[in-house]
Design a protein around this ligand. Structure first.
Ligand SMILES: Nc1nc2c(ncn2[C@@H]2O[C@H](COP(=O)(O)OP(=O)(O)OP(=O)(O)O)[C@@H](O)[C@H]2O)c(=O)[nH]1
Ligand SMILES: [Mg+2]
Length: 230
């Protein structure tokens, strides 16, 4: 997935038409459409590092664990079509995860990250998927990201990640937040897929209105272990 032509060159005509429609509606509204993305996954897999690389093109070798939730906004332009991304970076550590349902509310895209050098973070994915089933709507775009491919002590090979993603109808990419590999592409592909999913947005006369949020049920304890919800 690395290299090759920019992704917007690969957009089919129907998607370009859609982008134009959205752009016109945006001009009417005088504001950019905002897409909400959420980074989830076990602690230490590199969620904050991926966000730091994507938003500021930086890498910190000793990043502190996220406390609660972090949030960054970044403008992205696909072809001629600008969107504003609101990216929520959640804490993987269980003790900070009590507010999880409210983080998920209104998300159009979920980026689920594991560490290719730590099999337990791959094993924890089933549990994360159970949580996503409870707190997100069916149409939400999911991307599986295997991070830290620059490391030599890999425990999960690419094929395994890809098969898991296919089984659960997710997009898939491997990345290195450290070396930059795949990071931009991961975010671009999620955004493109969101734009291809009409259930996630509506166009009304007053401009672009994202589809109504799914109500997060009051369900507690969607799963236990890696990603339990208090
Ligand atoms: N070698 C390598 N190290 C990475 C990469 N991405 C992140 N790291 C390192 O892994 C450690 C954990 O990264 P974080 O981005 O803080 O992980 P996190 O998923 O946000 O963790 P929580 O906030 O606790 O949920 C940091 O020391 C990073 O420098 C990568 O692609 N390659
Ligand atoms: Mg973090």
């Amino acid at each position: 997935m690395l290299g090759g032509p920019p992704l917007f060159c690969l957009l089919p005509n129907s998607l370009l038409r859609l982008a134009t429609e959205l752009a016109m509606a945006r001009e009417d509204a005088g504001s950019l459409p905002i897409l909400k993305l959420l980074l989830v996954g076990d602690s230490g897999v590199g969620k904050s590092s991926l966000l730091l690389r994507f938003t500021e093109d930086q890498f910190e070798p000793y990043l502190n664990p996220t406390i609660g939730v972090d949030f960054k906004v970044k403008k992205m332009v696909l072809g001629d079509f600008p969107v504003q991304l609101a990216i929520w970076d959640t804490a993987g550590q269980e003790r900070f995860r009590t507010l999880t349902p409210s983080y998920y509310r209104g998300a159009q895209g979920i980026i689920l990250v594991y560490d290719v050098t730590k099999r337990e973070t791959f094993a924890g994915l089933e549990c994360w998927l159970q949580e996503l089933d409870v707190f997100t709507k069916k149409s939400v775009v999911k991307m599986l990201v295997g991070n830290k491919i620059d490391e030599t002590d890999r425990e999960v090979d690419r094929k395994e990640g890809l098969q898991f993603a296919q089984k659960h109808s997710m997009l898939f990419i491997e990345t290195s937040a450290k070396m930059k590999d795949g990071v931009e592409t991961a975010f671009e592909e999620v955004v493109i897929k969101i734009l291809q999913t009409p259930e996630l947005w509506n166009i009304r006369n007053e401009g672009v209105v994202l589809a109504p949020e799914s109500r997060a049920p009051n369900t507690a304890d969607a799963c236990s272990g890696h990603c339990s919800v208090a």
